[in-house]
Design a protein around this ligand. Structure first.
Ligand code: NI
Length: 168
């Protein structure tokens, strides 16, 4: 089922997500809904918190629309190693009509569980590395705009306020 994606400034996006202790049918249903929601958006990543579920589950697929899907499901993901630096433009399904360059690590190693509860290690670079960092941030209530300089962040906030006033 496609779920509604929460958008900035919804306070639920700032809340920390809790670890998943046991993978149950409801976890599997959550993952299914997240996949449908992410592909329908379309987006390359989604954290459970973005559909209002505060569990540490992220989905990523950076394969692109002309490639077969390559879905990564990571439960309780943790960055165990990071190196290098990259500065690429990011957007977010929870931040409408805004994109900005964000400083990230160029390579990360992530440990977590896959959808079957099997321990996995993902070695990621470039776009995939950025996606892992972006989605894991969501689990801690952090949006990519939180990484902007104070000035840029102020400009973003002003733009978002104006957009929401226009909608009324
Ligand atoms: Ni996002």
């Amino acid at each position: 089922m496609i779920r509604t994606i929460l958008t900035y400034p919804n306070p639920a996006l700032k809340k920390k997500s809790l670890p998943v202790n046991i993978i149950t049918d409801s976890t599997r249903e959550l993952i299914q809904d997240m996949a449908e929601t992410m592909y329908a958006a379309p987006g390359i990543g989604l954290a459970a918190v973005q559909i209002g579920v505060h569990q540490r589950v992220i989905l990523i697929d950076v394969s692109g629309k002309n490639e077969p899907p390559d879905l990564i499901v990571a439960i309780n993901p943790v960055i165990v190693h990071s190196e290098g630096e990259t500065f690429e433009e990011e957007g977010c399904l929870s931040v409408l009509d805004y994109a900005a360059n964000v400083k990230r690590h160029a390579r990360v190693v992530v440990k977590g569980l896959d959808r079957d509860g099997v321990e996995r290690t993902w070695e990621a670079e470039d776009l995939l590395a950025v996606a892992f960092q972006h989605e894991i941030d969501h689990l801690d209530g952090i949006l990519f705009v939180d990484h902007l300089s104070p000035l840029k962040r102020e400009l973003f906030k002003r733009k978002a306020r104006k957009a929401s006033e226009e909608k009324r």
